[in-house]
Design a protein around this ligand. Structure first.
Ligand code: URA
Length: 432
């Protein structure tokens, strides 16, 4: 492609680019005809000058056209719903929402990603289950959604390959956190994966890409608009990521918390988010229920055991052992004790995420392997009263040295104050 430099210059100078121009640039990049250094310069120009709605849609469309698309609805003969989170610490929501929604009779077929930086990835969590296969062929995936009602797999290589390339580039050129680039990245994958209706969990706070509610709203509106233009129904829930979600951070620990939640014994904030997201998904589905009825059905699926039974069927269908006892456990488990008294004012989500990553729960470089057993359980959460010496958290580690380091990091991440902080619910806003 001859005029990439000209497009970079025009975007650098704040000009609007045409649909055909953006499409040509993205598709040429995906074919290897535009080098990384030019695309990196383009992303930086976008970072500073932004893309308007039309340009963002053109970028999204071009990214979708870089690979294959799946028509899940036609393949299943049903309206298909999907959910996505912008990424957080301790975010295992899809793992619990999938079984709840499927137990209510709505097929749930989802493609998920791996951990990135301080945020965990759904696939890494699932791989802590012995035998679980995240790589199914498209046919196996469709058969399983049809027969079991639920499948969660890794994104196939052919789905939006331009995003895979661009995301890797953005990650190392400080151009991830731009609203248009994030919206196009997420929505291209959701639209290509074929769901008719999508619930987007936009995380807000210290542990999220969007640090403020204003930025989260802007991203939500952008994604709603992209969905609308592609003929999809979208609901955005803006949720709190100023502390880790639930208690568990770390792969097998998060699977254990998912199991507890499906049995009705989960932490309150995580349980609330699972029920809220499930209610939206059921209301968007072809069941013909409103959100109130959707929530009642989600609650009933947990209470009558059908959500947990669906979890067991799903895990077994993908080759995994659904028994909690089959999950790996860390050899060293230690407690983090409060060195004063008061109320938990905040828990640094990034700090906890990074500490879990250093224990081995995430990757510091792409080539790292994950230790599925390790992680952190934040037993005290924002607003909880704490006495001196009380247990704030547990560290699950491979050895004593890494446990010691994590204990100090976790203690540092907890901020205690004299006054009870303002209560904040997990769902901050819903935009549709
Ligand atoms: N998640 C994505 O899939 N893409 C982004 O750009 C950010 C979060």
């Amino acid at each position: 492609m001859g005029h990439a430099a000209e497009l970079i210059r025009r975007k650098r100078d704040g000009e609007q680019l045409g649909r055909a121009e953006l499409s040509e640039l993205v598709l040429a990049y995906a074919r290897g005809e535009v080098p990384d250094y030019q695309m990196a310069a383009f992303c930086m120009a976008v970072f500073f000058k932004g893309l308007n709605g039309e340009e963002t849609f053109a970028l999204t469309e071009a990214m979708i056209r870089s690979g294959e698309t799946i028509d899940l609805g036609s393949a299943l003969g049903r309206k298909v719903v999907d959910k996505h989170s912008t990424g957080g610490v301790g975010d295992k929501t899809s793992l619990a929402v999938g079984p709840v929604v499927a137990a209510c009779g709505v097929p749930f077929g989802k493609m998920s990603g791996r951990g990135l930086g301080h945020t965990g990835g759904t696939l890494d969590k699932l791989e802590s289950i012995p035998g679980f296969r995240v790589e199914l062929s498209k046919e196996e995936f469709l058969d399983q959604v049809r027969e079991v009602g639920l499948a969660i797999i890794g994104q196939t290589a052919d789905l939006v390959p331009a995003d895979k390339l661009l995301y890797g580039l953005r990650d190392v050129t400080a151009t991830v956190d731009n609203v248009s680039l994030i919206a196009a990245s997420i929505m291209s994958k959701k639209i290509a994966a074929g769901a008719d209706a999508i619930v987007l969990d936009v995380k807000v706070g210290d542990g999220a890409f969007m640090k403020t509610i204003e930025d989260a709203r802007e991203l939500a509106h952008m994604m709603l608009e992209l969905g609308k233009q592609a003929g999809r129904e979208v609901v955005c829930v803006l949720t709190d990521m100023d502390q880790p979600l639930g208690q568990a951070v770390g792969n097998a620990l998060e699977i254990r918390e998912t199991i507890a939640t499906l049995r009705g014994e989960g932490p309150p904030d995580f349980t609330e988010l699972v029920l809220d997201a499930s209610a939206h998904l059921l209301a968007l589905s072809d069941l013909g229920v409103d959100e109130g009825e959707g929530r009642a059905r989600a609650v009933a699926a947990v209470e009558d055991g059908s959500a947990f039974a669906m979890y067991e069927r799903w895990i077994a269908a993908q080759g995994g052992d659904p028994a909690e006892a089959a999950l790996p456990s860390a050899p060293v488990v230690t407690e983090v004790h409060a060195n004063g008294e008061g109320f938990v004012r905040s828990i640094g989500a990034v700090d906890i995420g990074m500490s879990a990553l250093r224990l081995g729960a995430g990757r510091q470089t792409k080539a790292d392997t994950i230790d599925h057993a390790v992680g952190i359980r934040c037993l005290k959460k924002r607003g909880d009263a704490v006495g001196a010496g009380d247990v704030l958290a547990e560290v699950h580690a491979r050895d004593d040295a890494s446990a010691k380091r994590a204990e100090a990091e976790v203690l540092e991440a907890y901020d205690l104050g004299r006054e009870v902080p303002q209560p904040r619910s997990i769902v901050l806003e819903t935009i549709d």
